[in-house]
Design a protein around this ligand. Structure first.
Ligand code: PLP
Length: 281
């Protein structure tokens, strides 16, 4: 059985209980962050905890742990799940119980869930995947709030169209990001990704840092209209890493195969995560 941390204790997954009166249950008011391990080492833990703190500040949720305390608790929870080969880590901070069921009172609870990492279909990486676009905007996109109503709705639409992800398009016809991924394309030898009104992905920041020596990088608005001329597209996320996209809605991207730029990103990112698992840097 998996071991979770919940409000000061390590408990088995079946014993991880929070109040039905917690605002996270009643109102979807809470924040979380998600990361995975490489060789049992949590990937960029400090960055994920920093983003959790930013998310909390943005939605107005008071955290009663410091970032360093949260990092220590995550490391300890991973150590207590020795039966995992690699883990998914979900750090959740609840809104807490509120006397009027609406206004937070600063008594949120920290929960760290460590579960086995799931393997994703190999064909996504070798053959590429289909995604769709949907006209939806997220409220407070810079915060990783536990309210994923848009994502649950959007991914279901995607699955019905045999796509693995949906990307949000805003009222100005800009492509923003996927439900749990960031979006990129190549314009000749230039790597382009969106710069605003998105969740700043940790994978995205690692990729941009690694790629600056290999490609010109441009952070800018991406118009939905540009899809028809895109030659290479990929998405990134902590659990999915780098996934080549070969179809958006009914448009085939490039020649319908993962292109050389994307393959280079995948290869360099893989080398980096392997080194990271070995303790470098
Ligand atoms: C809305 C959204 N955008 C982007 C991402 C990718 O972020 P990361 O690379 O940190 O996993 C996520 C991750 O879940 C997300 O929920």
């Amino acid at each position: 059985m998996d071991i979770y941390y919940l409000d000061g204790k390590f408990v088995t997954e079946d014993n991880a209980m929070i109040s039905a009166r917690d605002l996270i249950v009643l109102r979807g008011f809470g924040v979380f962050d998600f990361l995975i391990t490489y060789n049992k080492r949590p990937f960029h833990l400090k960055d994920h905890v920093q983003r959790l703190e930013n998310s909390a500040a943005e939605i107005g949720l008071t955290l009663t742990h410091t970032g360093a305390e949260i990092c220590d608790i995550v490391e300890e929870t991973v150590r207590r799940n020795t039966h995992h080969n690699e883990s998914n880590i979900r750090i959740v901070y609840t809104g807490g119980v509120s006397s009027d069921g609406l206004i937070p009172e600063g008594n949120g609870k920290l929960m760290v869930m460590v579960t086995p990492k799931r393997k994703l279909p190999g064909s996504w990486y070798t053959q590429g995947a289909k995604i769709i676009t949907l006209d939806i905007e997220r409220f407070m996109p810079g915060a990783k709030s536990t309210n994923y109503l848009t994502a649950v709705w959007a991914v279901r639409q995607a699955r019905r169209q045999e796509a693995i992800e949906a990307v949000y398009v805003d009222r100005n016809q800009r492509i923003l990001e996927g439900t749990t991924t960031n979006f990129y394309f190549f314009e000749h030898n230039k790597l382009v990704t969106t710069h605003s009104d998105i969740l700043p992905g940790i994978t995205r920041s690692v990729i941009l840092d690694l790629m600056k020596d290999h490609f010109e990088i441009e952070l800018r608005d991406i118009a939905k209209d540009e899809i028809k001329s895109m030659k290479e597209v990929f998405i990134s996320a902590s659990n999915k890493e780098v996934v080549p996209v070969i179809r958006i809605n009914d448009t085939v991207i490039g020649d319908g195969k993962p292109g050389p730029g994307t393959r280079k990103v995948m290869q360099i990112f893989r080398a980096y995560t392997t080194a990271y698992g070995q303790g470098i840097p």
